[in-house]
Design a protein around this ligand. Structure first.
Ligand SMILES: Nc1ncnc2c1ncn2[C@@H]1O[C@H](COP(=O)(O)OP(=O)(O)O)[C@@H](O)[C@H]1O
Ligand SMILES: [Mg+2]
Length: 431
């Protein structure tokens, strides 16, 4: 029977114990402390910990399951009167964005039943003291249960972690600095298939082989006392697929991306060094447009703000002895000639690759990705496009892959795309 269930009684027991403590405290704090130590176990998790958001969304999930199915391995009992909203805005590749709301347990006390064990959940926020760099208030969630049920904490946390990971499976997580911490930026994004980025013959394979052999040689580096790091520089005109390729590559290896913007306000040499030495595991660091941050003149934005990163500070951060285990950095630039040679030195940049405008083969392959290879005349049109690009190349005229993609999106029919491409070259000619 429900009433005679040992766990149900335990639930009351637990509530009772807590209640009694309230009274006892007034008389004898000593006895209170003693009993708490004997009968209850507590875990405290604060919002600096990675498990913190996992736990909150796990609790939110229990609430949802409760409402829809009336079951689940845990159930949130407070029918929470204090919920708080977590809003996530996701920016899609096509520029649209969607907003989702997640109701999580608000501050205050909640009761939770998990695998038959009752526990008290207290979420507290300390608004007076802010965390040093990130400026967020301190928060803690404290779980309290009877000591005989102490084993469920690891189980619960593992379940929360699995739930969080499942949400990311097949997705790419992008992180950006938040003060001195890396934090997820938006929701995990759908991965871009690697083959959807068409680079010139052999380029993708060369990069992938290099990276793969680096990943296979961890021990080799360790044995020789060399920092286990690799730096890649992709350079070339805009719209050639540098950023897209790096993203797709990260996704294909189940890596995440840490985006670092060197011109970001408030980023100084120290913070940069710290961020680069605390990159989350299995992440590429992506630093776009490295040339822009260190123009000969001091960068000044419209409101007179000056970037406070120095070039030597950047080099030091890349060299940093304090750096963590494994580090894979990707740099991109449209102007390699503006880069100081000191940057392109093994240990900082180990691999440099030019990614250029559309070659005839690239144009044809991208074309086929959009229009397929049927009927036969589509193949012919693809070939014509190939020949067109080849012909124009002789006169030093190029289109970017981004521009071709734009044409293919706008034109439903293959022939129309070819004509539009001829027009583009015509315009280049006349300017
Ligand atoms: N090589 C390519 N293959 C497929 N799509 C590409 C390629 N290059 C550019 N694009 C498309 O053009 C757009 C801009 O590409 P992006 O990766 O930002 O270029 P870059 O970083 O070199 O300036 C993206 O939408 C991408 O899909
Ligand atoms: Mg780019």
């Amino acid at each position: 029977m429900f009433w005679s269930s040992p766990y149900f009684q335990a639930g009351f027991g637990l509530m009772g114990v807590t209640f009694v403590f309230g009274g006892l405290r007034k008389f004898t704090t000593v006895a209170d402390v003693f009993l708490r130590r004997r009968l209850l176990v507590q875990v405290e998790i604060n919002n600096k910990d990675r498990a913190y958001p996992w736990l909150l969304s796990w609790m939110a999930r229990q609430n949802q399951i409760n409402q829809s199915l009336k079951r689940g391995s845990g159930s949130l009992i407070s029918k929470s009167h204090r919920l708080s909203v977590e809003t996530t805005v996701e920016q899609h590749q096509n520029g649209s964005s969607s907003v989702s709301f997640n109701l999580v347990a608000g501050t205050g006390m909640h009761w939770l039943k998990y695998r038959g064990a009752w526990m008290q959940v207290v979420r507290e926020r300390d608004t007076r003291s802010m965390q040093m760099m990130s400026g967020n208030p301190w928060e803690t969630v404290t779980l309290t249960t009877l000591s005989r049920d102490r084993d469920i904490f690891p189980q619960l946390l593992a379940e929360a972690r699995d739930l969080a990971m499942r949400g990311q499976e097949g997705k790419l997580v992008i992180q950006t600095p938040w003060g001195t911490e890396w934090r997820p930026f938006g929701l995990p994004k759908r991965k871009r298939p690697l083959h959807s980025v068409v680079l010139d013959n052999g380029i993708a394979a060369t990069i992938e082989n290099d990276l793969q052999s680096f990943l296979n040689r961890r021990q080799w580096y360790v044995d020789r006392g060399i920092p286990y790091r690799r730096g890649y520089l992709l350079h070339g005109p805009p719209g050639s697929g540098k950023s897209s390729y790096i993203q797709a590559l990260a996704g294909s290896l189940n890596y995440n991306l840490c985006l670092l913007n060197l011109s970001e306000r408030g980023l100084g040499d120290d913070k940069l060094t710290y961020l680069l030495s605390t990159v989350p595991e299995r992440s590429f660091v992506l630093i776009e447009d490295v040339d822009a941050a260190f123009n000969k003149r001091v960068q000044t934005s419209e409101d007179g703000y000056q970037s406070s990163i120095t070039f030597s500070g950047f080099l030091n951060a890349l060299d940093g002895v304090a750096s963590g285990e494994e580090r894979i950095v990707f740099l991109t630039t449209n102007h390699i000639e503006r880069l100081d040679p000191a940057l392109i030195r093994p240990g900082r940049v180990d691999f440099t690759q030019y990614v250029g405008d559309a070659t005839p083969n690239q144009a044809r392959t991208l074309f086929e990705r959009f229009y397929g290879t049927e009927p036969l005349e589509t193949i012919d049109i693809g070939q014509n496009l190939h020949d067109l690009v080849k012909e124009e190349m002789k006169y030093g005229r190029y289109v970017s892959m981004a521009a071709l993609q734009g044409l293919f999106i706008r034109n439903d029919d293959a022939q129309g795309a070819l004509v539009a491409c001829q027009q583009i070259f015509h315009e280049i000619k006349s300017t």
